[in-house]
Design a protein around this ligand. Structure first.
Ligand code: AMP
Ligand code: MG
Length: 341
C-alpha cells in the first residue's frame, strides 16, 4: 500500500512537471522606472502566477539603493566615497571588489580612457542634474581652476585595492555610472537563469539590453540601434538568438547646450571635457552585461580606430556612428546588424 502511494505521489509529481513544461509560455510585459532610468521588461514564462517583473524591479532598486548609487547615503559606493582619505580605507563586499577589479582591467586596456574615478569631474559638470535633452537654463561651464583641481583627484592609478580592502586618497570619488546598467543586466540574467518557468526574455535598462532564451514562435530578438542624429528612429536593427547584451553610449543621451555647443555626459579624463573623438554613438554587442556597458563608454572616448582595437581585445563586436552620420563596425558585427536605408 505504502509503495502504491509512493508511486502515485511520484506520478503526480511527474504529471505536474509535464504540465508546466507543456504550458505555452506567455508574455508578461512591464514598463517602469528604476536606477534613474526607464526599464522595459518582456518575460516569456509558463508560470501564470509569475512575479518575475515585480521581482526584477525590486532587484534593480536594491542594486541602486544598497550598492551603486553615488547620491544615496544607503549605498556601499556612498560609504566608500565617504571613507576617501581615511587611514582605515574601506572593506568592500566581494561583489564590489570584483566589479572594481573588472573596472581597473578596462581602465588599463583603454589606456585610462575609461576611469571610474572621474566622480569629482562628473560632479563639477553636474551631469547627474541634467535630464536627457533638457537645458535647465542654469548651466554654466565649470571654471578652469576648479576643473583642474577636480582632475587632480581623479585617476585609477591612485586607487589601492588589496583583495577587498580599498584605500582612496582624499577627494577621490568613485562613479559607476558607466557600468551600472550593465551590472543590472548581469543580475537580471542570474535571476532569469534560476527560474525554470522562464523560457525567454528581453529586458532594456535605460537602453542597455539583455536578450535571453527564445520567443515561443522561435523568431529572433530584434534590437534597434538608435540614430544619434534623430533623423530616424533607428540606424540599424540587430537580430539576435539566445543570450546577448547590447549597450549604447551616445552624445545625445544626456547633455546640455550652451551658446549652440552641446556638452554631453562622457568625459575625456585627459581634458576633463566631454569626449570629442568624432563619434556620436557607439553600440557594443557581447555576452557579458558589464563588458558591453564598460566598453561602449570606453569606445566612445577612444573613437572608432582605437575603440575597434579595444573591443577586439575583449572579443566584443562594436558599431560606431560617426559625427558625419557614417557607420563603421567590426567585421563580426555585420553578421547581426541590418542597416536601415
Ligand atoms: P554611459 O552612458 O554608460 O556611457 O556612461 C556615462 C556615465 O559614466 C556618465 O554619466 C558618468 O557618470 C560616467 N563617466 C563619464 N566619463 C567617464 C569616463 N571617462 N570613464 C568612466 N565613467 C565615466
Ligand atoms: Mg557604459
Amino acid at each position: 500500500m505504502k509503495k502504491f502511494f509512493a508511486a502515485a505521489a511520484a506520478g503526480i509529481v511527474i504529471l505536474l512537471c509535464c504540465g508546466c513544461q507543456n504550458a505555452r509560455p506567455e508574455r508578461q510585459q512591464r514598463v517602469d522606472t528604476a536606477m534613474g532610468t526607464v526599464v522595459q521588461l518582456n518575460i516569456y514564462t509558463a508560470d501564470r502566477e509569475s512575479r518575475a517583473t515585480e521581482e526584477i524591479l525590486v532587484l534593480l532598486r536594491r542594486l541602486e539603493e544598497q550598492e551603486l548609487s553615488r547620491r544615496l547615503d544607503t549605498s556601499e559606493i556612498w560609504a566608500v566615497n565617504e571613507a576617501a582619505g581615511s587611514e582605515e580605507g574601506s572593506v568592500l563586499s566581494p561583489e564590489l571588489s570584483e566589479i572594481l577589479e573588472d573596472c581597473l582591467d578596462v581602465w588599463r586596456q583603454s589606456q585610462g580612457a575609461f576611469d571610474v574615478t572621474m566622480g569629482p569631474v562628473v560632479k563639477l559638470w553636474d551631469i547627474d542634474g541634467w535630464a536627457a535633452g533638457e537645458n535647465t537654463g542654469t548651466f554654466a561651464l565649470p571654471e578652469e581652476e576648479a576643473l583642474s583641481r577636480a582632475l587632480k583627484c581623479c585617476g585609477s592609478e591612485k586607487l589601492q585595492l588589496e583583495g577587498t580592502q580599498l584605500f582612496m586618497p582624499e577627494g577621490m570619488q568613485l562613479d559607476l555610472g558607466a557600468v551600472g546598467k550593465g551590472i543590472a543586466l548581469e543580475r537580471i540574467l542570474a535571476y532569469l537563469e534560476q527560474d525554470d518557468s522562464i523560457t525567454g526574455a528581453s529586458v532594456s535598462v535605460g537602453g542597455s539590453v539583455l536578450t535571453y532564451g527564445q520567443k515561443p514562435d522561435g523568431s529572433c530578438w530584434k534590437i534597434g540601434i538608435a540614430d544619434p542624429t534623430g533623423a530616424s528612429d533607428n540606424i540599424g536593427i540587430l537580430s539576435l538568438e539566445g543570450q546577448w547584451c547590447v549597450s549604447t553610449s551616445g552624445d545625445y543621451e544626456r547633455y546640455v547646450e550652451l551658446d549652440g555647443v552641446r556638452y554631453h555626459h562622457i568625459i575625456d579624463p585627459v581634458t576633463g571635457y566631454p569626449a570629442d573623438s568624432g563619434v556620436s554613438g557607439v553600440t557594443v554587442l557581447t555576452r557579458d552585461g558589464f563588458l558591453s556597458d564598460a566598453l561602449s563608454t570606453a569606445c566612445f572616448i577612444l573613437g572608432s580606430e582605437r575603440g575597434m582595437e579595444l573591443a577586439a581585445e575583449y572579443g566584443a563586436e562594436v558599431l560606431f556612428v560617426k559625427k558625419d552620420g557614417s557607420v563603421v563596425m567590426s567585421s563580426g558585427m555585420a553578421r547581426y546588424v541590418t542597416l536601415q536605408q
